[in-house]
Design a protein around this ligand. Structure first.
Ligand code: SME
Length: 155
């Protein structure tokens, strides 16, 4: 049972979505929207250790706006979680980063991860939203559903 002081994940995302809808109308700039999404998720969701975007530039995946510890600036082609999400155009949930083949460790404190594909206004793949948690097995289908909605607010 959830108490008044312990909102469920769904309740937290519900509040965040409302806040984002009000905030993001203030600018249609995708980078400004990504930066604002990062700030809200990083500060409102417990155990979100790193929240950010990797953006496709030609055939390179380069770090965009993020919150959290310093991360890899560019990801080796077709390796790791973010490239897997870009290549499959699917959300990838990784319960244990050490067990994901080719996982790129930007910080050893990261234990689990979710990567959500980002599409531009033409519906083309533009990069990924990537979130790391300092707790193992932290992300589930609830995160995937809400984060897929949230990335649709960018373009
Ligand atoms: N772990 C990611 C790299 C990005 S960092 O987690 C911020 C990957 O394997 O693609």
């Amino acid at each position: 049972m959830q108490s008044f002081f312990m909102p469920s994940k769904t309740e937290k995302y519900g509040r965040i979505c409302l806040q984002l809808e009000q905030l993001l109308v203030k600018s249609n700039d995708p980078l400004a929207r990504m930066a604002s999404i990062n700030a809200i998720l990083y500060h409102k969701m417990q155990n979100f250790f790193w929240v950010g975007f990797y953006l496709l530039n030609q055939d390179r995946l380069i770090v965009g706006p993020y919150q959290g510890p310093v991360a890899c600036m560019e990801l080796a082609k077709n390796k790791g979680v973010c490239w897997h999400s870009v290549n499959t155009q699917e959300t990838v949930i990784v319960p244990n980063v050490n067990k994901f083949p080719g996982h790129i460790a930007c910080d050893s404190r990261s234990k689990s991860e979710i990567a959500v594909p980002l599409f531009n206004a033409k519906g083309q793949i533009a990069g990924v939203m990537d979130i790391d948690s300092n707790k193992p097995d932290f992300f589930d289908r609830t995160d995937a559903d809400f984060l897929e909605k949230i990335v649709k607010l960018i373009y």
